[in-house]
Design a protein around this ligand. Structure first.
Ligand code: ADP
Ligand code: ASP
Ligand code: MG
Length: 459
């Protein structure tokens, strides 16, 4: 039995949290591989620190070092500090060398390199803490493991096949020998040996990639909530924990905004039939959520509602665009050149509309401007839009579901900007103004999710 266990930022964010993680990892037998995020707050600190370089170099290194050393001193025994400090210094020298290297600043992956530093230190501290508790452990970076990445800076993808063969050579021998590897999440390494991050929150994806490569029996994502919930508990305080979901449901919700899992976490485990559990590192006695191929049917209309904010609708109009499929293809081609994600598409006779992240609008418009001006009559952009994703059983085949959902939207006095229904049989997605989005989510939740506070009107 082999488990891959991933600990998020808050689950390794303090000496107490690290101690709890050690308890969870060392409980029970079997082979274990651990993947860690940076300590909470560290990646944000590095992201903003990278903007102020080189002027803030010493301050950045100083604060970064202090945070990790304080945690290590509180956690590790006297006898461990000498060995730890040697490893710690070697990693700090690597970080300083990166910031001193003016040539590196021009590298497209420079920010990936800086923002992935946190994981190198959290993994080191956790591995030493495991040794302090009597386990055998080794801290491994993504470079050490051969986690292979490709793609654009700050949004890489793993090459699963290459990663599997590298990890067979570089990680399996440790596991076979009873050693627990503690691996850096968040980034892989390009063919040129440069760190490439998987997007914010990417350690979940790293853990799924590791589970895939190691052919694990289960992937456990240890986080700061009881499991995958019926809504973001920060928006809906009475959100309830979901006991079981299937891969498709979890993937749709993660893609459309449920931050508890990075949007790409599901595929590497789904393709190898590896069940995934989401568990609370602050309450290890709770069973969490089990995500797998099939689940038991449920009685309620909605299982969970997710929200993706900061989106924009780009509507492109031209006479009878619907009768010119080549033109639609050219427009999509231009948008896709920038590898942007299109969250929804909708067409009418003379307009084709795309829902995209607001950060991508500028670059999309500049690419659309390179189209033949005769092709396009008008481009309109509507910003400040959010996408609501409602997931439940047979949403498409059940009669009256849309009517019920849009009745709640009306009650929230929100106007629907775009609808996507039928593309997936587990979810119904629609865009509303950002100012109304939270009200819509709260109303949908109280009306149609079982176990939520407003028992009277649920289905
Ligand atoms: P970690 O650092 O462990 O990766 P994250 O902050 O990335 O943790 O993800 C956990 C957070 O995701 C929760 O604290 C919660 O606010 C948020 N979240 C959003 N949607 C959901 C959901 N449907 N279920 C659970 N948590 C959610
Ligand atoms: N530390 C990274 C981030 O904050 C990756 C992660 O936590 O999953 O985005
Ligand atoms: Mg996360």
């Amino acid at each position: 039995m082999m488990k891959v266990m991933k600990f998020g930022g808050t689950s390794v964010g303090s000496p107490e949290a690290l101690r709890r993680a050690v308890g969870i990892i060392t409980e029970g037998g079997g082979d274990k591989v651990v993947v860690v995020s940076a300590m909470s707050g560290v990646t944000n600190f590095l992201v903003s620190g990278a903007e102020g370089l080189p002027g803030n170099k010493e301050a950045l290194l100083g604060e970064f070092e202090k945070k990790h050393l304080e945690a290590a001193r509180m956690l590790l025994g006297e006898g461990q500090m000498e060995g730890f400090m040697a490893d710690f210094r070697a990693r700090m020298d690597g970080f300083r060398g990166l910031l001193d290297d003016e040539g590196a600043r021009g590298c497209p992956y420079y920010k990936d390199n800086i923002t992935s530093q946190g994981e190198r230190f959290s993994s080191l501290i956790l591995s030493y803490a495991l040794r302090g508790a009597g386990a055998r452990s080794v801290a491994l970076t993504s470079e050490d493991c051969g986690i292979c990445a490709e793609g654009r800076p700050l949004s890489g993808s793993a090459n699963l096949q290459r990663t599997e063969s590298m990890m067979a050579m570089k990680v399996r021998p440790y596991v076979a020998d009873g050693v627990i590897p503690v691996i850096t999440g968040f980034y892989g390494v390009t063919a040129d040996g440069l760190p490439l991050t998987f997007g914010r929150g990417g350690s979940d994806y790293s853990a799924a990639v590791v589970a895939n490569a190691m052919n694990a029996d289960v992937l456990e994502i240890w986080t700061d909530v009881d499991g995958f919930m019926s809504a973001d508990p920060r928006i809906v305080p009475d959100a309830v924990k979901i006991d079981e979901m299937n891969f498709g449901e979890a993937a749709e919700l993660a893609y459309f905004g449920a931050k508890v899992l990075h949007p790409r976490t599901i595929e590497p485990v789904r393709m190898k039939h590896i069940p995934l559990k989401v568990r609370n590192s602050f309450k290890p006695e709770e069973p969490g959520t089990l995500i797998r191929h099939l689940r038991e049917p449920r009685g309620d209309m909605l299982m969970s509602v997710a929200l993706k904010t900061d989106l924009s609708v780009i509507a492109i109009s031209s006479a009878e665009i619907a009768f010119h499929p080549n033109m639609v293809a050219r427009i999509i081609g231009k948008i896709a050149e920038g590898e942007v994600v299109i969250y929804s598409v909708s067409t009418s006779l003379s307009t084709v509309a795309f829902l995209v992240h607001s950060n991508d609008v500028k670059s999309i418009l500049s690419r659309l401007n390179t189209l033949d001006p005769g092709d396009i009559e008008r481009i309109e952009v509507k910003g400040e839009v959010a996408l609501v994703c409602a997931v439940g059983d047979n949403l498409i085949s059940r009669c009256g579901v849309s009517a019920d959902i849009f009745a709640a939207v009306k009650e929230a006095r929100a106007s629907v900007q775009m609808i996507s229904e039928g593309a997936s049989d587990v979810s119904l997605n629609f865009a509303v103004p950002m100012s109304k989005a939270v009200d819509v989510v709260k109303l949908l939740h109280s009306k149609y999710v079982r176990g939520s506070a407003d028992e009277g009107i649920r289905q």
